[in-house]
Design a binder for this molecule. Sequence first.
Ligand code: PLP
Length: 385
Amino acid sequence: MSKRQPSTISVRTGIETDSTWGAVVPPIYLSTNYSFSGYDHKGPFDYSRSANPTRSLLAEALAELEGGAGAVITNTGMAAIHLVCSLLGPGDILVAPHDCYGGSYRLFEALSGKGAFETIFVDQNDEQALSDALSRSPKLVWLETPSNPLMRLVDIANIAKQVKEQNALLAVDNTFMSPVLQQPFEFGADIVVHSATKYINGHSDVVIGAVIAKTTELHEKLAWWANCQGQTGSAFDSYLTLRGLRTLVPRMRTHQENAQIVAEFLEGHSGIKKVYYPGLESHPQHELAKSQQKGFGAMLSFELDADEQGLINFIERLKFFCLAESLGGVESLIAHPATMTHAGMSAAAQLEAGITPQLLRVSVGLEDSDDLVSDLKQALDGVAS
Ligand code: PLP
């Protein structure tokens, strides 16, 4: 049979597999443990930390969506990132983006600080800086594209080529795109990481993560560490996430249609200094986004032309954008990276990464786009009030 398309994978995984009652939707297995069929006869499942039937279905779907050999479902996105760090030991080098998600930055910095490995943070679009970092023979290179919160892209295929020359592994945090809009294995990645809390679950009611490996060998190694360290996700969270995943493709379609409308509106408004959205022609990597991604996603950032009070006025007037962390849910959100998502970074690191006090990040939801635009318009009208 030909390769299944993303909507089919999302909708059909596990459907009609219940041999007990013929349930169309796969039931949730909450049991901690599973009986052996006899002395020394273990079935496919024995203890839910190691493996669980509900979690396995979600892993199967995500591995197929990304085109990998296997996936490990973890209890948070950060646990997924931490799990990948288990591949590193003292003396190993990790090359990570200087503007990665604040939680990833904090984890890499903290683990390096206690000697677990060494991290080199680098602007991965600075060819010289990247090549200097790669010449130190890293074991792992981390990418996040588009980056959080400034939507900077990196060319995965180009970096993958350089990483392979160093015999290093390449991991990509694909949270912002979801497997529907970007498949890093196509471009040479070895590991894909998701905060499945975001688009994959899509309903802001689960915190969960995933690591997908390109090869069976790497998958087995990661699954071993996840069991050893107790990082695997719960059956209930896996069940909810599989439920959310069913609609991933149509959600992503509407998310990005709305985001394009919102981005164009903001770009045309005199109260906005700059908009960062790969779907705008003004985005410096618009062409790369067109070739590497299957869409532009629904995350955007912008700089408000206002002082701190103006920024507060703007945020307080918004009705359809919740001031909240996270992203990728059906509801629109707005965040102030400097005091929220990226507060874990020092002021100097924030500035280095381009995070100014006027920067706001939006996760565009599935509300009606006319309502979103008129809400932004009325809030912008009140900036000076
Ligand atoms: N990666 C990215 C790009 C994120 O935005 C986040 C959270 O916002 C994470 C990883 C961490 O995921 P979680 O919050 O599920 O632990």
